[in-house]
Write a protein that binds this ligand. Structure first.
Ligand SMILES: Nc1ncnc2c1ncn2[C@@H]1O[C@H](COP(=O)(O)OP(=O)(O)OP(=O)(O)O)[C@@H](O)[C@H]1O
Length: 357
C-alpha cells in the first residue's frame, strides 16, 4: 500500500484520499492463520525472542511478534502480563535481557528512546508525562525536540532557527486546534483535567510526525465526556496513515476501534486475531478470568454470566464494582467502560504506578 499522505496532514488540509484508503482496507492482516506470533502481510514492527526479567519474574518473554502497518492493534492482558514492559523495551525506555526487534526494517536494539522517537515510533505513558509547570504550548514545543531544527548547533544559524521556530509553532497550533486545546495554549499543563492531559500527550507525540503511535492505557482516568473524543482521535491517526498500538483494559474500546488484538499473559503472547475472534478464545478467557472460564467476553451476555458466577464466589474480588473492575451493564449504558483486570494486590501494581510508571 502506498504511503499517500504525510501523517501531519489532517482532515483539515483538504480532501483526504488516505482516509478512505486506510479505513476501508479489508485485506486480511495475517499472512496465514491468525494465532500467537503469526506473520503479517505488512508488518511495521517485528520482534524476536525479546525477554526481560525482574528478579525471578519473566515480565516479558516474547518469541515472535509482528505489528501490522496502518492498523490499530490493541495489546491486552491481565495486570502484570508484561504489556507496559514490552512498550518500554520496544521504545528504548528499558533494556531487554535478550532479543532483537526492527521498526520499518531497522534494528532498534540498543537505540535510545530519543532516537527511536526521531525515527517515527512514539509512545505515551499510563501516567501522563506532561510538564505541569510548563504551558500547553511549551509542552508541545518540547515534543518537537526530536526534530533536527531544535539541535543547538542549528540555533547558531539565526535564519534556519527562525523559520524552524515558526514551523514548530504553526505545527503545534494546528495540532492544538485539532485536539481542541487551542484555547488552553497559554495555561499551565497542571491546570488541565486528566483527560485533557492525555490529549495533550497524544498531541505532543505527533509533533515528530510519527509513523507508529503507541498509547499506554489512553482511556485510564479519562472523564466519560472525553472518551468519544479520544476514540475519534485514535481513529483519525489511522485515517491519516499512522499505525497505532495501544494497551487497554477497556474491552468496549478494544472491540470498538481495534483491527487486531494481541493478548499477553505472564510475559508471553497467548493469542492474536480480530477482536471478535480473540475475545472468544479460550486462552484469552483463561488468562483474564482464571477459573471462571465458561464465559464469552465478546458478548454482553457473557459479562452478565460472569457477574452471576462471580457473585457466588467469595474469594474473587473481580466483579465488585467498588474495585472498579466490572460495572454491571445497568451502570455502563452505551458508552461504558468495561474493565477486566486481575486483582491489583496480587503483585503490588498500585504501589509501582504511584511511583510514576
Ligand atoms: N521496574 C520493575 N521492577 C520490578 N518488577 C517490575 C518492574 N516493572 C515491571 N515489573 C514486573 O513485571 C511484570 C510485568 O509488569 P507490567 O507493568 O509490564 O505489566 P502490565 O501488563 O503492563 O500490567 P498493567 O496492566 O497493570 O499495567 C509484573 O510482575 C511487574 O510487577
Amino acid at each position: 500500500m502506498s504511503h499517500a499522505a504525510s501523517p501531519s496532514q489532517g482532515p483539515a488540509s483538504g480532501p483526504d484520499v488516505s482516509r478512505n484508503e486506510y479505513m476501508t482496507d479489508t485485506r486480511p492482516i495475517a499472512e496465514g492463520e491468525a494465532g500467537p506470533g503469526c506473520r503479517k502481510r505488512d508488518p511495521i514492527v517485528v520482534a524476536d525472542n525479546v525477554t526481560r526479567s525482574f528478579g525471578g519474574i519473566n515480565a516479558v518473554d516474547v518469541e515472535h511478534l509482528e505489528i501490522p502497518r496502518h492498523k490499530i492493534t490493541a495489546l491486552i492482558g491481565p495486570n502484570g502480563a508484561g504489556k507496559t514492559t514490552l512498550f518500554n523495551l520496544l521504545t528504548g525506555f528499558d533494556t531487554p535481557n535478550s532479543g532483537k526487534w526492527q521498526f520499518e526494517g531497522k534494528d532498534l536494539a540498543g537505540v535510545s528512546s530519543y532516537k527511536v522517537a526521531r525515527m517515527g515510533m512514539v509512545r505515551t505513558f499510563q501516567l501522563t508525562k506532561v510538564m505541569g509547570k510548563l504551558t500547553v504550548m511549551e509542552n508541545m514545543r518540547l515534543g518537537a525536540s526530536a526534530q533536527p531544527g531544535e539541535k543547538l548547533r542549528n540555533a547558531l544559524f539565526q535564519g534556519i532557527w527562525g523559520s524552524r521556530e515558526k514551523e514548530i509553532t504553526s505545527h503545534a497550533e494546528g495540532l492544538l486546534t485539532k485536539f481542541k486545546l487551542d484555547t488552553k495554549r497559554d495555561d499551565y499543563a497542571a491546570s488541565l483535567s486528566g483527560g485533557q492531559r492525555k490529549l495533550l500527550e497524544m498531541a505532543r507525540s505527533l509533533m515528530v510526525n510519527p509513523k507508529l503511535v503507541m498509547l499506554d492505557e489512553p482511556m485510564a482516568g479519562v472523564n466519560p465526556a472525553l472518551t468519544q473524543s479520544l476514540l475519534d482521535h485514535i481513529k483519525n491517526l489511522k485515517a491519516e496513515g499512522m499505525t497505532v498500538l495501544f494497551v487497554e483494559h477497556d474491552m468496549h474500546m478494544v472491540r470498538h476501534i481495534a483491527d487486531w488484538v494481541v493478548v499477553m499473559a505472564e510475559g508471553k503472547i497467548v493469542a492474536e486475531g480480530p477482536p471478535a475472534e480473540v475475545m472468544k478464545d479460550q486462552a484469552v478467557i483463561d488468562a483474564y478470568l482464571g477459573a471462571h472460564h465458561d464465559v464469552d467476553l465478546g458478548t454482553s451476555g457473557g459479562v452478565k454470566a460472569l457477574e452471576q458466577e462471580l457473585a457466588q464466589d467469595e474469594e474473587s474480588i473481580v466483579g465488585t464494582q467498588d474495585a472498579g473492575i466490572i460495572a454491571p451493564e445497568s451502570v455502563l449504558g452505551d458508552a461504558e467502560t468495561l474493565r477486566v483486570d486481575a486483582p491489583k494486590t496480587e503483585r503490588g501494581a498500585d504501589t509501582r504506578k504511584e511511583e510514576g510508571k
